[in-house]
Structure formats: structure tokens, C-alpha cells
Design a protein. Structure first.
Length: 368
């Protein structure tokens, strides 16, 4: 883990002026291909991009929007009760500004990863912290973000709460009302950001995905009926090829959400290759095939306006962090993203470009 001091010192690399090379101008980037298809393309970003100038350069070339990976999560901003720590988020915001990128805030309210000090508070104190946190953070970044993941992963049936809700400090203190409370409080402060409800698992046809889809749809209906300021739905799309999948059915599902006037963001896209072949070339080809199947289905939905990878390079994928914890001696490294460990383009990137071209062709007016 890079220290806060090192991350801020390394921000100069991301902020440095950049001139595109002839090679980078010759071929379309993911951002350019996406823009031609009416899509905003980007990736999550954290301290690694500040520590690796070549990685920072990849973000400059390939993305239009950045999503804060951990820098705006509650436990990073409030590691202790007495202090707000904005340095990470401020550095990313400044890098986005200097490089002409849009920025998504991820995430204001999430019932997971709560710091220990929050868990020790009374319900009344949790409510006070909830309001205080939204006010302080949103006031600081109001008017500067494209979108906010206001509430992340409200449902987690595996917690066995009534209604399938994810358990945690906010839900324990306020019940389901915390979701609407968060959206209304953010909207009262920030008048420009697209306020987003971000959810996991819905992309798979496993028991988890099938159970969460109707719960999310019901919450959207209740928020819309109450007049809550909801603008977009984020579907994380950490694809799991080892589980059943029906991507056309998922596309139908998000199409129905889009019919309610909501934008749809594919908000944390990557592909878990754990069940795929050991041979690197065969595995990369399989990842690209899953990518094509998924994007060819969902990009047919007009309401899909954004695709965001969760990091850009395999080297910095969260799946590598998982492996370091669970199987540190394994010689097989996850390869879930469009660029490899050496920041070179992979078949997944080519598959993404092809799917974006398909979307563009669908939008092109018919020839006379």
C-alpha cells in the first residue's frame, strides 16, 4: 500500500503536461471509440496511477472519465472520527481537471467496510454522522463531479435481513429509509451531479443475481414514486464466467430500468478469469469472448451511456489483491482487464472496440 505522503508526491506525474505521440494518435482509443458510439468510457483510478507515470499516461490516452476507486469511500475519508481526510480525493480531482477528464465519486454511502469507530456509535450518533458526512463531502465537491454513487450495493440477501438489504451501520440505524435520505440530502447540495444508485451481482444469472434484480427494481420504483432525485443506475458488472449468465436477459432488465428515464452505467466492468484456461493466450481469448457476449447485448440498450473498467491494467486489478491474500504462492495471475501487466493492449480491448463499433453502427442514420 502506498502511503498518503507518497501518493501526493507522485501526483505530479499524473498532472504533468502530456503530448500524444504519433502512434497514440493513429489508432482510436477506447475513449474515442466510445464517444463515437454515444458512450462515456473510463476506469477507476487510485494511488497506483500516481506512482507509475506510464500507467498515468494510459489513463490520459484511453479514458474520458475517471472513477475514484477508494479515495472517496467513507473509511478513507473518515479513518478516525475526529478528522476528514480529503488529500487522496483532492489529488484525483486535480488530476482530472488538469487532464480534461470527467470524474465520478465512488461512493458516499455503503454499509460495508465501516471503520470500527462508526460501529461503536449509538443509532442517534450514526444518524448524525450520516448527515454530517454527506454535507461535508458533497459541499466540498459540489459542481465538480459528473456523477456520484450516492448509495452503493443496498442489497445483499446473504446478510439475511428482511427485504434482502445489506446490513451495516446505516441500515441498522435507519432501516431502508437511509437510501432516500441520502439522495435527498445530496440533491439539496449538489445541483449538477448525476445521482446514481450502484448495485452488484445483477449481471449474473446465479441465485444472487436473480434475487437482487427484483429488489433493485422495486427500490427504483419506490424512489421514483416518492420523487427522490435519482438520475442513473450503476450496474457493476464484475463478470463471473464460472456462474450461469444470460446477457440478453440482463440487457432486457436494464432496458426496463432505462424506460423509466434513467441512464444506465456499466460501472465496474472486469471479467474474473479464474475458471478459464491456464494458457495465457487461450485465457485472454476466452475473456475477450465473454466481453463480446456481454457488451454486444448491453450496448444495444439506448439507456446505457457509460462503461467504466475497474482499473485499466491487470497489474492493478483488485483480483490481484484477492490472490495476494488467499493464494500468494500461485504462479497464475488474474488477467481481467483490457491491458496486461506491461500496459500492453489485450484481446479484451479489441473486443471492446468491436462492440463499441457495433453500437455506433446501430446509431448511424440509414443511407438514402
Amino acid at each position: 500500500m502506498i502511503s498518503r505522503r507518497a501518493m501526493l508526491a507522485g501526483a505530479a506525474a499524473m498532472l504533468a503536461p502530456h503530448t500524444a505521440t504519433a502512434a497514440s494518435r493513429a489508432a482510436p482509443t477506447l475513449a474515442e471509440a466510445a464517444a463515437d458510439a454515444g458512450i462515456i468510457y473510463g476506469a477507476s483510478i487510485d494511488q497506483q496511477a500516481f506512482a507509475n507515470p506510464a500507467y498515468a499516461d494510459l489513463y490520459r490516452r484511453e479514458t474520458r472519465i475517471l472513477t475514484t476507486d477508494v479515495a472517496m469511500k467513507f473509511d478513507w475519508i473518515r479513518p478516525v472520527q475526529e478528522r476528514f481526510e480529503f488529500s487522496f480525493a483532492d489529488a484525483i480531482l486535480e488530476a482530472a481537471r488538469v487532464n480534461g477528464k470527467l470524474l465520478r465519486g465512488h461512493t458516499l454511502i455503503w454499509n460495508d467496510n465501516a471503520p470500527d469507530w462508526l460501529k461503536r456509535l449509538s443509532r442517534r450518533e450514526v444518524e448524525r454522522v450520516f448527515d454530517e458526512h454527506i454535507d461535508r463531502v458533497v459541499e466540498r465537491y459540489a459542481g465538480k463531479l459528473h456523477s456520484w454513487d450516492v448509495v452503493n450495493e443496498p442489497f445483499w440477501p446473504m446478510d439475511r435481513q428482511s427485504g434482502g438489504w445489506r446490513n451495516g451501520p446505516w441500515y441498522a440505524a435507519m432501516g431502508p429509509s437511509y437510501v432516500e435520505r441520502a439522495f435527498r440530502r445530496v440533491a439539496a447540495i449538489d445541483k449538477t451531479a448525476h445521482l446514481t444508485l450502484n448495485e452488484a451481482q445483477c449481471d449474473n444469472d446465479h441465485e444472487w443475481g436473480r434475487s437482487i434484480r427484483p429488489l433493485l427494481a422495486g427500490l427504483v420504483e419506490r424512489l421514483r414514486d416518492s420523487g427522490a432525485p435519482l438520475h442513473a443506475i450503476g450496474l457493476q458488472s464484475h463478470l463471473q464466467p464460472q456462474w450461469p449468465a444470460d446477457y440478453p436477459a440482463f440487457a432486457d432488465y436494464i432496458g426496463r430500468l432505462g424506460d423509466k428515464g434513467l441512464e444506465i452505467y456499466i460501472s465496474e466492468f472486469d471479467i474474473n478469469d479464474q475458471s478459464l484456461p491456464d494458457d495465457v493466450a487461450a485465457r485472454d481469448a476466452a475473456v475477450a469472448a465473454v466481453c463480446s457476449q456481454f457488451l454486444n447485448a448491453v450496448l444495444r440498450v439506448p439507456a446505457v451511456k457509460m462503461v467504466v473498467n475497474w482499473q485499466l491494467s491487470d497489474r492493478y486489478s483488485w483480483y490481484r489483491d484477492v490472490q495476494r491474500r488467499l493464494a500468494p504462492l500461485s504462479p497464475r495471475l488474474p488477467r481481467p482487464l483490457p491491458f496486461d501487466e506491461g500496459l500492453q493492449s489485450k484481446p479484451m480491448r479489441a473486443a471492446m472496440l468491436a462492440s463499441l463499433a457495433m453500437r455506433r453502427s446501430q446509431q448511424a442514420p440509414p443511407r438514402p
